[in-house]
Design a protein. Structure first.
Lengths: 211, 405
């Protein structure tokens, strides 16, 4: 059988993200400094290293030294992230608004597909938004039914590692730490390009209030 | 002694029970609709101090004492008031203590007992109000200010709770135990109440309060984080809408790639099957037994597809007879044509057939018995040969002769 360390290495080397929700044991394992150093040492053999988001909520595998071939791979990953950013952000906004939550989805939060579906079906603005999201190449849905669109979007998100479906018998999903990673990315872009996204949003809300 | 008080209290409580509908309506809606109720009943309730009219033109409202009683009992979330007026209560406690000590000094034990009762009530009341304040705070923390909707309102509620908490801590600092110990003097009862009990509760409550405060600050941070995240998301969508040609800068091309975008490629692929591993044999066996034969493979699609064919009459069928059969037929025909008897070997020599003799003779015999019985009746077949020279009873057939009947 595979040891916990082996499991951690396997997840990291196959491009997975480790957070409390996806794999609590592995996450705890990496929280231990000794174990962390051990895994790091093993990864270094393959020019890889463990990285985490700023608050240590998600661990993933990065290159130790970026040469030419690594740069090509990193560029590809970056293209993937940046092209899927807008659809994912729109989806997060949709989920937050449809659930009537104060906060966007984050690690460990529960999404019930059935509840979401009934709200979206009852609200034309939401179903319009959903069909726009589902048409993005990330999801690539050709269906016009809310049910099919939603199921496809959720299935894709599970495949991509943003959601987790603990029990295949019911339609209850958990958000993983990769969602938090997404926020980090947006925050990073916001900071480094000085987009002032939060101010823009606040401005828009104020203007909406005036109207 | 307090018989009249007892009677009045019971009467009051009975009145409350009797008019509980009106009181609850006033509690929930904030005021009483005077047209719906009997004026006499309302007057009685005003007389009892349950309802009151703040201004002549205003509706009747519930007295705050009744309201807070209900709020406390129902653990209503709207109960956000913290009673932080500890100073006056402490002053009252000190005053009653002086009364008690004076009564003791004058050896007026009956009066001193009454004062002691009063003092106990005051001390316990103070502790209870402090504890209920803390409970109230925790209740709000536990449901994360769930009674207000928007995150901004939650932040404001949190700030209110924090300021109330700070007030409470300031008031708690007013407990001066050296002074209380002085007042209690050598009296055992007073020391128990004013020093031991109050001190224990004081430390408990201040501990609770500091935990609550850190929790509140945590929550505030969390709320701010939520707010920030929501704003980031909405801001990003807005930004993309307003500037459709916006592209994220390619951070992967930077000299030092930001750690966030430094993601290694997946290098682990599923391992291969080792069929020589005996330990895995059972597993493989199970997998194989679950395999279903797929007949609809894509490769023979063309063969499975429809094909065109002719439905015309069959023109001719050529059955190519072999040499032996043809020779046998010729032989039969010749017998029919000539009408003479002809032995098989004679025909064999005539035609110079290139067959084995024995095979030929068997072929002829086969040919004869292959005919239908009616046809057999036209011919007669007879063996030609000689008896065995040594063993009698055995006849060696060398040839057959065929003739017409």
């Amino acid at each position: 059988m595979n040891s916990l360390k082996g499991q951690v290495l396997e997840t990291l080397l196959s491009g997975g993200f480790i957070c409390k929700t996806t794999d609590e044991l592995s996450y705890q394992f990496l929280q231990n400094t000794e174990n962390f150093a051990d895994v790091e040492q093993q990864l270094n053999l393959m020019n890889r290293t463990i990285t985490s988001t700023s608050d240590d909520q998600v661990y993933f595998c990065a290159y130790q030294v970026i040469g030419d071939s690594e740069r090509r791979s990193v560029a590809q990953q970056f293209r993937d992230v940046s092209s899927s950013l807008l659809p994912l952000v729109e989806w997060l906004v949709l989920v937050q608004e449809a659930k009537g939550d104060n906060s966007p989805l984050s690690e460990g939060k529960v999404v019930r597909l059935n509840e979401l579906q009934s709200v979206i079906e009852d609200t034309p603005a939401f179903s319009e938004q959903l069909s726009k999201i589902a048409r993005y190449s990330l999801f690539n849905s050709s269906s016009s039914a809310v049910d099919a669109q939603l199921k496809l979007v959720f299935k894709r998100l599970v495949d991509l590692g943003y959601l987790l479906r603990p029990n295949p018998d019911n339609q209850i999903y958990l958000a993983t730490g990769k969602v938090d990673y997404l926020f980090e990315v947006i925050r990073f872009i916001d900071d480094s390009e000085n987009l002032q996204l939060a101010e823009q949003a606040e401005e828009a809300i104020k203007q909406g209030d005036l109207l | 002694m307090s018989q009249p008080l007892h009677i009045a209290g019971v009467k009051f409580l009975k009145a409350l029970a009797k008019h509980s509908d009106i009181i609850m309506q006033a509690y929930l809606s904030g005021r009483v609709n005077e047209l719906e109720h009997d004026a006499k009943v309302l007057d009685k309730l005003i007389g009892l101090g349950v309802l009151w009219r703040p201004e002549p033109s205003e509706d009747l409202r519930l007295r705050s004492s009744i309201r807070s009683l209900l709020e406390n009992n129902l653990r209503d979330e709207r109960n956000r008031q913290l009673d932080a007026n500890i100073g006056s209560k402490l002053a009252a406690i000190k005053t009653i203590t002086s009364h008690y000590k004076e009564a003791l000094h004058h050896q007026n034990y009956v009066e001193s007992e009454v004062y002691m009762e009063d003092l106990t009530e005051q001390v316990y009341g103070l502790v209870d109000s402090l504890k209920s304040n803390v409970r109230n705070l925790w209740r709000r923390i536990h449901n994360e200010f769930g009674y207000v909707g928007s995150i901004n309102a939650k932040i404001r509620e949190n700030e209110l709770a924090q300021s109330q908490l700070t007030d409470m801590r300031k008031q708690l600092a007013m407990f001066q135990f050296d002074e209380l110990a002085d007042i209690a003097g050598s009296s055992r009862e007073l020391r128990r109440l004013l020093v031991v009990h109050l001190q224990r509760c004081h430390s408990e409550i201040s501990q609770e309060l500091s935990i609550a405060q850190s929790k509140l600050i945590d929550l505030l941070g969390k709320f701010r984080e939520y707010l920030h995240r929501s704003q980031l998301l909405k801001g990003y969508v807005l930004h993309c809408q307003q500037k459709p040609d916006y592209h994220i800068k390619n951070y992967a091309e930077l000299n030092t790639v930001p750690p966030l975008f430094n993601q290694a490629e997946a290098i682990l692929k599923p391992a291969s099957i080792d069929v020589n591993n005996i330990e895995h044999e059972r597993l493989f066996g199970e997998i194989v037994s679950h395999l279903k034969q797929v007949r609809h493979s894509k490769t023979n699609k063309n063969e499975r597809g429809s094909q065109s064919f002719n439905l015309n009459d069959i023109e001719e069928i050529n059955i190519e007879s072999d040499e032996l059969k043809q020779a046998v037929e010729q032989y039969f025909c010749q017998v029919i044509d000539t009408g003479n008897r002809l032995s098989a070997l004679e025909f064999y020599q005539q035609q110079n057939l290139e067959l084995d003799q024995e095979e030929w003779i068997y072929g002829v015999i086969n040919g004869f018995y292959g005919l239908s019985i009616e046809e057999q009746d036209f011919f007669q077949i007879g063996p030609l040969g000689h008896p065995h020279p040594l063993f009698d009873g055995n006849y060696i057939i060398e040839d057959v002769e065929l003739g017409l009947r």
